[in-house]
Design a protein around this ligand. Structure first.
Ligand code: NAD
Ligand code: UFG
Length: 339
């Protein structure tokens, strides 16, 4: 079975391709807007079968049509490709709407033209819930007004996929709402590779410990949480990759068209200060930090109720927070050739 992985050279996509390659034939479509071509070689050095790469800009209808013509035997699609920087999306909303929404529409247009079953997994985010009413967050939590154009694109794409699945009897789809993916493949050959200054906590920490960045600023310690810093649900990227395989298998078993959503998180909340302590104890490295102002748009606490995924997808996270943090540091060391 052939699976198309859009955005497969990116952080979560590359880890998912490694897991997929154990059982499926994998085609990546990526335009390298937020990834490097060197990831392909690294990925193929640990993949179980060779992954094929097509340099495609998914905003371009003709290129997408060419992709589906060339790989007419695709029966699974995992759609990671999107721009994902929350702050940038506030500054350049049109770029985010254009990229994230048109990419999905162009793919679905091709899917619509086929007369064979297609299993589709969309990368959504817990950001669709905004400020949660109840913790842990279940899939019943209402989707609220998005804090950013990025978050809004996730809500719109989920709606587009749901509408399309109702119309197309061949389409079976799942939106996975990720919490906070962290860490790297155990080989340390692939990992999170942000272009420019990292916006997310863990790559900022590993780069500052590696001496590439200034000391870490904790964005606020006056939140309504036990230690005042924000709480998130950090999940090892390999566990997240595995959730995609399980979701794909779940759809393959489905006889009829469907559209579902699942939270993918560990179910455990960890504060920024707890992350710092866990990183220091699992790697033996000291993190220098200062307390700064709150970052706009951050919510006090989010963590998943993951029971639906545990039960229906027969998935469960395997890695501890300490293992995830250690793997993130091992990747940083390996990439920068630090002893
Ligand atoms: P990433 O930026 O590392 O990977 C995305 C990939 O998509 C990149 O390789 C980029 O070049 C490619 N891409 C973007 N636009 C494209 C286009 N028009 N045509 C072709 N390729 C294109 O991001 P990631 O962290 O791996 O995230 C993957 C998905 O998961 C995204 O949809 C993101 O919104 C979602 N997500 C990520 C997080 C997170 O914290 N990383 C959390 C929740 C949801
Ligand atoms: N943080 C700092 N200092 C930093 C970076 C982050 O204190 O330099 C704090 C943030 O304020 C937040 C926590 O660390 O409290 C986690 O921040 P991240 O940026 O790593 O993660 P977010 O929860 O803000 O957002 C991530 C993705 C979004 C996605 C969201 C939910 O970046 O794309 O998870 O899936 F929408």
């Amino acid at each position: 079975m052939k699976v198309l992985v859009t955005g497969g050279l990116g952080y979560i996509g590359s880890h998912t391709c490694v897991e997929l390659s154990k059982k499926y034939s994998v085609v990546i479509a990526d335009n390298l807007i937020n990834s490097k071509i060197e990831v392909l070689e690294r990925l193929n050095s640990i993949a179980h079968s060779k992954v094929i790469f097509e340099k495609i800009d998914l905003r371009n209808k003709k290129e997408v049509a060419f992709l589906f013509e060339k790989h007419g035997d695709i029966s699974g699609i995992i759609h990671f490709a999107a721009l994902k920087a929350v702050g940038e999306s506030v500054e350049k909303p049109l770029l985010y709407y254009e990229n994230n929404i048109n990419s999905l529409l162009n793919i679905l247009e091709q899917v619509q033209q086929r007369n064979s079953k297609i299993n589709f997994i969309f990368s959504s985010s817990c950001t669709v819930y905004g400020q949660p009413i109840k913790l842990p967050i279940t899939e019943e939590e209402p989707v609220k007004k998005a804090f950013s154009p990025y978050g809004e694109t996730k809500q719109i794409c989920e709606n587009i996929l749901s509408a399309s699945s109702k119309l197309n009897k061949y389409l079976r789809s799942i939106s996975l709402r990720y919490f906070n993916p962290i860490g790297a493949h155990e080989s340390a050959m692939i990992g999170e590779l942000p272009l420019g200054k990292p916006q997310n906590l863990i790559p900022y920490i590993t780069q500052s410990v590696a001496g590439v960045r200034e000391k870490l600023t904790i964005f606020g310690d006056d939140y309504d949480t036990p230690d005042g810093t924000c709480i998130r649900d950090y999940i090892h990227v390999t566990d997240l990759a595995d959730a995609h395989i399980k979701a794909l298998e779940y759809l393959i078993e489905k006889e009829f068209s469907t559209n579902e959503v699942f939270n993918i998180g560990t179910g455990k909340g960890t504060s920024v200060l707890e992350i710092i302590n866990a990183f220091e104890s699992s790697t033996g490295k000291k993190i220098s930090y200062k307390i700064g102002k709150r970052r706009k748009g951050d919510v006090d606490a989010t963590y998943a109720d993951n029971k639906k995924a545990l039960k229906s997808l027969s998935w469960s996270p395997k890695y501890s927070l300490e293992q995830a943090l250690e793997s993130a540091w091992n990747w940083e060391k390996n990439y920068r050739k630090i002893k």
